[in-house]
Design a protein around this ligand. Structure first.
Ligand code: SF4
Ligand code: SF4
Length: 146
């Protein structure tokens, strides 16, 4: 799996200005996920247990912080939401009982609603069609398509 093009998390800008903070973003994430992002106290348990953290340019715990701070653009541009495999490891590890996987689902839904990412059969190369298991392709369609 290839790394995403955004810089590593420590280099990501975090500018908390009127222009960069999306007022309704956290509320929308909370509505779609049924979770309260403000419950996160940044312990890092989710990130330390995520099997795909090494491929993410923003770790799950940092994603939660960015959601708290209304950093919609940074969150939705991150490859993390598409790399997340919905394995629920973060969810079972969270001491605050936050279903982080549902937060990732909500973020994907918001991105899809904005038309920022789609995946269809025409994007599957002949090599991928020959080597990727069919259930894997179906999962991709369901995860990345509206
Ligand atoms: S659900 Fe996603 S973010 Fe959570 S541990 Fe699994 S891959 Fe990582
Ligand atoms: S495990 Fe829960 S409380 Fe800890 S950083 Fe992740 S979301 Fe926040």
């Amino acid at each position: 799996m290839s790394k995403t093009s955004l810089p590593p998390p420590e280099n990501l800008p975090m500018r908390l200005t009127r222009d960069t903070v999306s007022e309704g973003f956290k509320k929308r994430v909370a509505e779609l996920s049924g979770q309260n992002p403000d419950s996160c106290y940044q312990c890092g348990n989710c990130s330390s247990g995520c099997p795909l953290a090494c491929e993410m340019n923003i770790l799950p715990s940092r994603m939660m912080r960015l959601v708290q701070l209304g950093q919609e653009e940074t969150v939705l541009e991150s490859g993390t939401i598409w790399i997340c495999a919905s394995c629920f490891q973060c969810t079972v590890r969270c001491p605050r009982g936050i279903d982080i996987q549902s937060v990732m689902d909500a973020l994907r839904q918001i991105a899809l609603d904005l038309g920022t990412d789609h995946f269809g059969p025409d994007q599957v190369t002949p090599e991928q069609a020959a080597t990727v298991p069919q259930p894997g392709l179906v999962s991709l369609y369901r995860k990345l398509s509206t």
